[in-house]
Design a protein around this ligand. Structure first.
Ligand code: DSN
Length: 393
């Protein structure tokens, strides 16, 4: 049957094949993951949780769940294996935002205080933005970054004392440096706050040992599965075993209804893939490519927030080198050249979030496509040339 929808899907497939994809939060799933998420499991309702392995207590509100029970339990077990952890895991969150909402609602009351990183400094919308549920439901307070863009750990310590948050949140959408989870955990503990990590961007690197782990330090860890983990769009929550009941209740019935079992199948295949040695090699290469590209931008005279990168992304700050160009100008110009990235605020941003003075560049997707350092360097030169020509025009 011909359908406009399938015509558009075909067009998008061509766009993805032909473009250079540098959006730091995107990646390309394997054919196996795609097969899992496009399967008959989408037909099944399964509100609740798999039958308890210890007690045999049934946890679903619908019949016919004997197979999805096995699937969901397998998915949970595999994710524990990925992160080599005995933390409890909930694989039902539909997205990273749903995971964060459920996590907050599990341990906080509306009006409680969260200390997090502001969106403009690299945090995420769900980390307290005034236009998001997080900013509307909770009293948000933010720690600073230094003028160079590094997390100001002394400020976290100060604000933990003065603002008395019930929860301190680490994790970011646009932060290119290692996050010291151990230090923030100690601050949270000293101040009687929960410590939550949103590791969505760096989860793959953590799984591969390419970034220090928050397991063992954080009370609650949320992530998406589609960024450096290279899985389908979706979320996960990990927590210390003593918080398992609260977290599960926070997801269902607290903030979600029926789980998406086809998405859970895709997450399970992703976990299988992340356990393979090839995934470690992939994550190593992501970091090498990102560093090579970032260093080349510096050689080409560009300014990078924090002066470099430790992970899968970096931020180009145009403020001083190209004052007449906004991040949006660059994003639009590169779109026309088949290079996809996103505009991004930089520390001390003077422009609006719709314009911005920077762009964010990530190498996770192109590394999946087979990029090595030389490809990243050639792309940096190409982008630098495009931006410099825009300045002259
Ligand atoms: N909005 C995503 C990103 O691009 O980083 C995070 O969820």
């Amino acid at each position: 049957m011909g359908s406009y929808v399938f015509e558009l899907i075909e067009q998008e497939a061509r766009r993805q094949e032909n473009n250079i994809e540098l959006i730091a939060s995107e990646n390309f799933v394997s054919a196996q993951v795609q097969r899992a998420i496009g399967c008959c499991l989408t037909n099944k309702y399964a509100e609740g949780y798999p039958t308890d392995r210890k007690t045999g207590k049934k946890g679903r509100y619908y019949g016919g769940c004997e197979i999805v029970d096995k699937l969901e339990q397998y998915c949970c077990d595999k994710w524990q294996e990925v992160f080599n952890t005995d933390y409890h895991v909930n694989v039902q969150p539909h997205s990273g935002s749903s995971a964060n909402l459920a996590a907050y609602m599990s341990v906080l009351k509306p009006g409680d205080t969260i200390l997090a990183m502001d969106l403009s400094n690299g945090g995420h919308l769900t980390h307290g933005s005034a236009v998001n549920f997080s900013g509307k439901l909770f009293r948000m307070t933010f720690y600073d970054v230094t003028p160079e863009g590094f997390i100001d750990y002394d400020d976290i310590e100060r604000k933990a004392k003065t603002e008395k948050p019930q929860l301190i949140l680490a994790g970011a959408s646009a932060y290119s440096r290692i996050i010291d989870f151990e230090r923030i955990a100690a601050i949270a503990k000293a101040n009687g706050a929960y410590f939550m990590v949103d590791m969505a961007h760096i989860a793959g690197l953590i799984a591969a040992g390419e970034h220090p782990t928050p397991f063992g330090y954080a009370d609650i860890i949320t992530t998406t599965t589609h960024k450096t983990l290279r899985g389908p769009r979706g979320g996960l929550i990990f927590c210390k075993p003593e918080l398992a009941k609260k977290i599960d209740g926070g997801v269902f019935p607290g903030t979600q209804g029926g789980p998406l079992e086809h998405a859970i199948a895709g997450k399970a295949v992703t976990a299988e893939e992340a356990c393979e040695p090839a995934f470690r090699e992939y994550c190593k290469q992501v970091r090498k490519n990102t560093k090579a590209m970032c260093d080349r931008f510096i050689e080409n005279g560009f300014e990078i927030v924090t002066g470099g990168t430790d992970n899968h992304l970096f931020l180009v700050d145009l403020t001083r080198t190209h004052p007449n160009l906004s991040g949006k100008d660059v994003q639009d110009a590169l779109d026309k050249e088949g290079i996809t990235l996103n505009k991004n605020c930089v520390p001390g941003e003077k422009r609006s979030p719709a314009e911005t003075s920077g762009v964010r560049i990530g190498c996770a997707a192109m590394t999946t496509r087979g990029w090595k350092e030389a490809d990243a360097v050639a792309c940096a030169d190409r982008i630098a040339g495009i931006i410099n020509r825009m300045t002259k025009a």
